[in-house]
Design a protein around this ligand. Structure first.
Ligand SMILES: NC(=O)c1ccc[n+]([C@@H]2O[C@H](COP(=O)([O-])OP(=O)(O)OC[C@H]3O[C@@H](n4cnc5c(N)ncnc54)[C@H](O)[C@@H]3O)[C@@H](O)[C@H]2O)c1
Length: 312
């Protein structure tokens, strides 16, 4: 008889709670909502509320809150949101020293408790956090991935759809590179139901949309004093579901590069295929000279932050 999947959510804050709600609603598996001992009541309270929500919706999934690492043992999927989010005026990089310590501690525990899990890192600064998690655990690069590209691309797609006056369902667009101000919205692969976006939106409007996409997270932080959580949670669940159901979705995600795009020993957002094997493929696509230059700048910014993290 098939057993249910086990999904461990490390961090029971804003994104963690929404992740639990989505995983339960879609019956992806049983959920353990993990947080530090000081926050275990929050984790347990959210878990209970969500189990009661399941009773209303008629969804079968157990959700428990815990601060005991033993409770996440054997998880099939781990999604990490542990750490602090941005406050207005902060960049993602400002979170480095606090969140680095947290991710290292999480990594040590994952190593012994769930060595076979597919791990999705969400905590910021994203590319450095996912790099560090893979380094600390020593898990294969195919099993440790960072979520940013799905979210940044969704923001890009929304702004393009609004400008073109079409459904967001018909817009295909990817954002590659690091999850920061240097991210690379890739215009050359951006289409509206197959029509190159450059035929429907003027260069000036496109440039403004690229800028808004790059600042998309900051725009929300400024409005509500903390970072976004609905779209980040949906984005991470998209990746988890592709792994659990072997959907082989092609999505942009921070992947462990080993020579692809000319980079080694680096995590950065590139198009990948996620299936039962984890990151089953990294796709190397042709970029325009401008896009290549932007990716180079973005990779250099991530590399700089990784070097800084090595001194902490
Ligand atoms: N990758 C992305 O695209 C993206 C998007 C939005 C936010 N984020 C990042 O995700 C992270 C979480 O955001 P949030 O809004 O959920 O924050 P939040 O403050 O609501 O939740 C974070 C939770 O982590 C917990 N935590 C701290 N240390 C822990 C540890 N050692 N073990 C387990 N849990 C621990 C905190 O107690 C808190 O409950 C932030 O770093 C934020 O910047 C990333």
């Amino acid at each position: 008889m098939a057993r249910r999947n086990k999904i461990a959510l490390i961090g029971a804050g804003n994104i963690g709670g929404e992740l639990a709600a989505l995983a339960a609603r879609r019956e992806l598996g049983d959920v353990v909502l993990f947080d530090i001992p000081e926050k275990v009541g929050v984790a347990q309270g959210k878990a209970l509320d969500l189990e009661q929500n399941n009773a209303v919706l008629g969804a079968d999934a157990s959700i428990t809150g815990s601060s005991n690492w033993d409770d996440i043992a054997g998880a099939d999927v781990v999604i990490i949101t542990a750490g602090v989010p941005r406050k207005p005026g902060m960049s993602r990089d400002d979170l480095l020293s606090i969140n680095l310590k947290i991710i290292r501690g999480v990594g040590e525990n994952l190593k012994s408790k769930c060595p076979n899990a597919f791990v999705i890192v969400v905590s910021n600064p994203l590319d450095v956090m996912v790099y560090e998690l893979q380094r600390v655990t020593g898990f294969p690069g195919t099993k440790v991935v960072g979520m940013a590209g799905v979210l940044d691309s969704a923001r890009f797609q929304l702004f393009l759809a609004r400008e073109a006056g079409v459904s967001v369902k018909d817009v295909r667009a990817m954002v590659l590179g690091g999850h920061g101000d240097t991210m690379v919205p890739v215009i050359s692969y951006c289409t509206i139901n197959g029509i190159p976006v450059t035929q429907l939106i003027t260069p000036e409007k496109l440039a403004a949309i690229v800028d808004r996409t790059r600042g998309g997270g900051g725009e929300i932080v400024k409005l509500m004093g903390t970072s976004a959580y609905y779209a980040p949670a949906s984005s991470a669940i998209t990746m988890a579901e592709s792994y659990l159901k072997d959907q082989k979705r092609l999505v942009p995600a921070a992947a462990h590069l080993n020579g692809e795009y000319g980079y080694k020993d680096l995590y950065i957002g590139v198009p990948v295929v996620i299936g039962a094997g984890g990151v089953e493929k990294i796709l190397t696509i042709t970029l325009t000279a401008d896009e290549k230059a932007m990716l180079e700048k973005s990779a250099a910014a991530v590399r700089e932050l990784i070097d800084a993290s090595k001194k902490l």
